[in-house]
Design a protein around this ligand. Structure first.
Ligand SMILES: C[S@@+](CC[C@H](N)C(=O)[O-])C[C@H]1O[C@@H](n2cnc3c(N)ncnc32)[C@H](O)[C@@H]1O
Length: 341
């Protein structure tokens, strides 16, 4: 046995990296906030160049760039004193088709980072601590912090874009005319669906501070005439439609709240309407790290959880709906199609 293995150094290093990943996340978040990927579009720059463009502190900017270079997102030319982008940094570019620029900022921004710190207390007490960390639940908090809320909606678009493309390839809209994206944030899901199906008009039901951004996002996609933002609360009422989209909304809520959202959809559904749910699935025997870690965010920031298929079936049944189809999308996402019982 190698000496390295004998003294447990390899395991120590692995766990050390897991722990330090939290600080790496903040460095990546800072680089995304400073738009470093965009600044490096035209070639290498020094930390001073970037600091000047962002009005940030040059020495501290250098230290963050150095950390992120150590993580593989940049390379450093010591002779020139310049940083260059690697393909990994491209993922933080606003124009990348697979961008995580806003997810990098939101996922470890205050709305999630502050309650995350209380995860041990949450688990010990068996009660959610997000209100203690944020002064209100996470969505109310975002309502009071517009800049963070905008980044959160853009983060949802970042995260949704690839899986939405998968979902579209397995959704046949049939003769439907109207589609409602329930808790749809910027409306990436409904926009893509409407873009592919000229007979559809779409709307996004979301909280007022989010719904206000839907029209602008639709206009930027050339869909200003066909997508509407509806400011509302899905616990009060949901408008009528032929197709309902519900992507990563149920995971934010406990069973009783999830049932209430689905029951409001059930009440409003036009005859023959269908519900398309996109969520991560976990199983009794385990979960991918993607789903299991998203479940941690649900644990510390919301009252929700990632669920098994059987849990979705019970939730649907409790609201007068039944599952008609389940299609695996890119792991760990699934499309669950449902209709009225
Ligand atoms: C996790 S995000 C999912 C966004 C989008 N469906 C996606 O996957 O890209 C949850 C969304 O639910 C919205 N939301 C939370 N509470 C709501 C409520 N009571 N009524 C309507 N929308 C709500 C949030 O503003 C947010 O846009």
């Amino acid at each position: 046995m190698a000496a390295e293995k004998q003294d447990g150094q390899e395991d120590f290093d692995k766990v050390y990296q897991l722990i330090m990943a939290a600080w790496g996340s903040q460095a990546v978040r800072t680089v995304a906030t400073l738009s470093v990927a965009e600044h490096l579009d035209n070639g290498p720059l020094t930390a001073e160049d970037i600091a000047q463009r962002e009005a940030s502190d040059p020495d501290m900017t250098y230290r963050v760039l150095r950390a992120v270079a150590a993580l593989g997102l940049l390379t450093y030319d010591a002779d020139q004193g310049t940083f260059s982008a690697t393909p990994l940094l491209g993922v933080l570019h606003k124009d990348s088709p697979t961008s995580l620029k806003y997810y990098a900022q939101a996922a470890v921004g205050p709305a999630f980072w502050l309650p995350a710190v209380l995860l041990p207390e949450t688990v010990a007490a068996g009660s959610h601590h997000a209100e203690q960390a944020l002064g209100s639940d996470v969505f109310e908090y975002l309502g009071k912090n517009p800049d963070e809320a905008r980044k959160f909606s853009d983060a949802m678009t970042d995260l949704s874009a690839p899986v939405v493309r998968d979902a579209l390839s397995v959704i046949d809209v049939g003769t439907a005319k109207s589609v409602l994206d329930v808790g749809g944030a910027n409306g990436v899901f409904v926009s893509e669906l409407v873009q592919r199906n000229p007979q559809l008009t779409g709307s996004v039901l979301d909280l007022p501070h989010v719904a206000a951004g839907v029209a602008g996002a639709a206009q930027r996609r050339g869909l200003g005439e066909r997508i509407t933002g509806i400011a509302g609360d899905f616990f009060d009422a949901v408008p009528s439609a032929d197709i309902y989209l519900l992507k990563q909304v149920l995971h934010d809520w406990d069973d009783e709240s999830g049932r209430s959202i689905l029951a409001n959809i059930r009440r409003a559904m036009n005859p023959g309407a269908r519900v398309f749910i996109v969520e991560m699935l976990v199983t009794q025997s385990g979960a991918s790290s993607g789903a299991a870690l998203m479940d941690m965010a649900m644990l510390f920031a919301t009252t929700g959880q990632e669920r098994e298929l059987a849990q979705f079936e019970s939730l649907l049944a409790s609201a007068g709906l039944r599952r008609t189809r389940t299609v695996p999308l890119r792991p760990p996402y699934y499309l669950i199609e449902a209709e009225a019982v």
